[in-house]
Design a protein around this ligand. Structure first.
Ligand SMILES: Nc1nc2c(ncn2[C@@H]2O[C@H](COP(=O)(O)OP(=O)(O)OP(=O)(O)O)[C@@H](O)[C@H]2O)c(=O)[nH]1
Ligand SMILES: [Mg+2]
Length: 301
């Protein structure tokens, strides 16, 4: 761990305001220090679950188990609270670098995967249910109000939109899935879309899979995470709308996040990286950018 990286994490820790009612912070949970290289998330195939469990087999304790994402370049025993990004399970390693966004340009909208830019720059795909906050997250990351168009109505983004950041890497805003009421013309054919986009993307560094933390776990999100896992596509879970604490009924974001992670643990042997964000307050923005810089720099070498 270099002094530079340690300083960056400490600076972020100071900037980060955890809402007082949120208890999901690395220091408040038991940490299992198992290294997880970014491109090799171990996925447990659902069919590989043992069907021969003896009667004496006990199920794992119901407590939420917190597994760190330890990037290449550091050893598990080098990780401590000051090197884990606040509101996440992500340790920062030597590949983390300058995460400052100096320049962003909208490049193009593509209807099909084969129309996307072909210049081999690394890209992060922003994926999630309609209305989860994909376009808002992109605006928040690049600090431009409406470079990606947002709307209260689900189904706003209908094309694959490429944004070039610092003239070197792409953020990709994708149409949302799971919006059953979309007009026929606005529906994305997800079966051909996923095959076309995700399975032929050698430049894909990671999928940022956005999960709405203000609602309970949704089957369609779990299905999506499992599909990406089965296809060895690296993901980072980005929990959105973590500012929405005033829910009249239902659970708080941190409780929904725990429930979601319990379900993910059934299929992932190693928990993928995850981070709490809010585009409304900026929570998690700098942390997510630092995490993306380490994935990108590792991918780039
Ligand atoms: N409170 C709160 N609202 C948010 C947040 N992120 C997004 N929203 C709101 O959620 C709605 C949908 O946001 P979008 O960014 O358009 O969502 P999207 O995932 O791009 O939606 P589609 O393009 O339809 O798939 C908008 O009204 C946003 O203002 C957040 O972090 N907190
Ligand atoms: Mg959108």
């Amino acid at each position: 761990m270099t002094a530079l990286v340690r300083r960056a994490v400490m600076k972020l820790s100071l900037q980060f305001q955890t809402p007082s009612s949120l208890s999901l912070s690395p220091s408040s949970l038991s940490i299992s220090k198992t290294p997880t290289p970014p491109s090799l998330f171990s996925f447990r195939h659902p069919l590989s679950h043992s069907t021969h469990a003896s009667k004496t087999t006990t199920s794992p304790p119901p407590s939420f188990e917190f597994q760190l994402f330890i990037p290449p370049g550091i050893e598990p025993d080098e990780v401590n609270d000051s090197t884990v990004l606040p509101g996440s399970n992500i340790a920062v390693g030597p590949y983390a670098g300058d995460s400052h966004i100096k320049d962003v340009q909208f490049v193009k909208s593509s209807a099909r995967a084969r129309d996307c830019p072909k210049d081999n720059r690394p890209e992060f795909a922003v994926l999630g249910r309609s209305n989860v906050g994909k376009s808002s997250l992109i605006n928040s990351l690049v600090r431009k109000k409406e470079i990606a168009l947002t709307s209260k109505k689900p189904g706003k983004t209908q094309l694959i939109n490429h944004f070039l950041v610092n003239k070197s890497w792409y953020l990709v805003d994708l149409p949302g899935y799971g919006f059953a009421k979309a007009p026929e013309a606005a529906k994305t054919d997800w079966s051909s879309f996923t095959k076309g986009y995700f399975l032929n993307k050698s430049t894909l560094v990671a999928v940022l899979l956005l999960i709405d933390a203000s609602v309970p776990p949704q089957k369609i999100d779990l299905d999506c995470a499992n599909w990406l896992g089965r296809n060895n596509i690296p993901i980072t879970f980005v929990f959105t709308k973590c500012d929405k604490m005033k829910v009249a009924k239902g659970k708080r974001p941190d409780e929904n996040i725990r429930d979601f992670q319990e379900l993910i643990r059934q299929n992932y042997k190693q928990h993928p990286p995850w981070i709490m964000t809010s585009s409304a307050t900026g929570m998690g923005r700098d942390e997510l950018l630092l995490h993306m810089s380490q994935l990108r720099n590792y991918w780039d070498q």
